[in-house]
Design a protein around this ligand. Structure first.
Ligand code: ADP
Ligand code: ADP
Ligand code: ZN
Length: 217
């Protein structure tokens, strides 16, 4: 199964992708996570991407397309994958279509997680993750069961993203509305777009996504 999670920054793509990965065994491919790893490792890609990410702007299509092209060749993607944060432009969407065509694979669904802009700011500002296993949390909405201890791995170290600040949020939302939102009619036309309400509890969003995914099997 090949599924895209689409939605603005803070909509809950990563949160839901982690859950789907655990439940369905579908590998999560997050271009944001891959780019952050490249920045930390100070690779050529990381050096090119850093400035764009810190400014809340999209990294160039060429860079992210190459990252995904390489990643989906790996063995763990043979049974399918879940794209989180890619594609984000029409150029990326068309490149993905070509990659899948060449492998005789098809896109099963694009799940749009709908959340109003005014809720996204709080989600982004409150977000943090486990340094060890990358499990996502939120200061108000999703705290670890034991204060300061990761539910998944027991680590006591957590981190916040440098771009999760008030200044970048508006440019990231603008990038979503201008550059990514045109993908919605594009996928609607392909007949693969499924819309879920992202303004309800995390569990309730998961239920909606699971319903979509089980209707595909
Ligand atoms: P995205 O990957 O789309 O940028 P995340 O999955 O990282 O978004 O979610 C952003 C923040 O909002 C996280 O801290 C997460 O815990 C929280 N969050 C995710 N889904 C919900 C929800 N349905 N209701 C409330 N908070 C949520
Ligand atoms: P969020 O879901 O909160 O927007 P991501 O982790 O998906 O965050 O992305 C973080 C940053 O990485 C983006 O603001 C952008 O600079 C870059 N990025 C991630 N994926 C892409 C992509 N497909 N195309 C261009 N830039 C990307
Ligand atoms: Zn952890």
């Amino acid at each position: 199964m090949i599924v895209i999670l689409l939605g603005p920054p803070g909509a809950g793509k990563g949160t839901q992708a982690q859950r789907i990965e655990k439940m369905q065994g579908l590998v999560q491919l997050s271009t944001g996570d891959m780019l952050r790893a490249a920045v930390i490792a100070n690779t050529e890609v990381g050096k090119k991407a850093k400035g764009f990410m810190e400014a809340g702007r999209l990294v160039t299509d060429k860079i992210v397309i190459k990252i995904i092209e390489d990643r989906i060749q790996e063995g763990d993607c043979k049974k399918g994958f879940l794209l989180d944060g890619f594609p984000r432009t029409l150029t990326q969407a068309k490149a993905l279509d070509n990659m899948l065509d060449q492998k005789s694979l098809k896109l099963d669904a694009v799940v749009e997680i709908q959340v109003d802009d005014r809720d996204l700011v709080d989600r982004i500002i409150g977000r943090y993750t486990c340094t060890n296993c990358n499990q996502g949390y939120h200061g108000e909405n999703l705290k670890p069961k034991v204060d300061g201890v990761c539910d998944d791995c027991g680590s006591t170290n957590f981190k916040r993203r440098v771009d999760d600040n008030q200044e970048t949020v508006s440019s990231r939302l603008e990038a979503y509305h201008c550059q990514t939102a045109p993908l919605l009619p594009y996928y609607e036309e392909q007949g693969v777009l499924k819309v879920v309400n992202g303004m309800v509890d995390i569990d309730d969003v998961s239920v909606q996504i699971n319903d979509v995914l089980s209707s595909l099997n």
